[in-house]
Design a protein around this ligand. Structure first.
Ligand code: ZN
Length: 191
């Protein structure tokens, strides 16, 4: 398999996985009205094909940099930039792979996206809410199958009270709620 074929297959797998995760959540979480936007609650997808993976994040911006309207003042702009820089710089301390598999986590993209106002939803004001969405690439020396993953999200972003994490390593799925520092998940080692 060539390098480009391989990256296409990972991307396809990842987006298939994420659409399955998001689809499943929207039908089960009936207590959340209109959308899944809830301050303090983020979503994370981690998907691996062999030793290469992706981390996908979606967090209400209020829980990342303290507000969700468009940054207007210099203070708001620097608050936003500092938080996004921290997310990029600290991701490998927030999502900690086993040191034995030597993973390198690098930013693919980080964006602040205004929440979809929802056509016909009179209660929503344009620009009222926004999400911080991010994608990171993970390159490891070995697959994380059979290793332990540790989450220390609140160490850097204490306002994220509940991070729902869905993990796909090869064909094995796992899910964990990273509600406090030190939450771990053991990834099964299946062929
Ligand atoms: Zn909001």
């Amino acid at each position: 398999m060539t390098a480009s074929n391989r990256s296409i297959s990972i991307t396809t797998l990842f987006f298939l996985f994420c659409s399955v995760v998001v689809g499943a959540k929207s039908t089960t979480e009936k207590h959340r009205e209109h959308s899944t936007h809830q301050h303090g609650a983020g979503k994370m997808g981690i998907a691996f094909d062999g030793s290469n993976g992706k981390i996908d994040l979606k967090i209400p911006s209020e829980s990342v940099f303290g507000f969700e309207h468009e940054a207007r003042t210099d203070q708001e702009k620097s608050q936003l930039q500092e938080a996004l820089k921290k997310l990029e710089a600290r991701i490998s301390e927030m999502v900690v792979f086993a040191p034995t598999i030597k993973c390198l986590v690098t930013k693919d993209k980080i964006q602040v996206v205004p929440e979809d106002e929802g056509v016909g939803n009179k209660n929503k004001v344009k620009g009222e809410h926004s999400e911080t969405v991010a994608t990171f690439n993970v390159l490891c020396e070995k697959s994380p199958a059979g290793t332990r993953l540790t989450f220390n999200i609140q160490k850097f972003f204490p306002q994220i009270k509940d991070m729902d994490v869905d993990i796909l390593v090869g064909t094995t799925q796992a899910a964990v709620e990273a509600k406090k520092n030190g939450v771990t998940v053991d990834l099964l080692d299946t062929p």
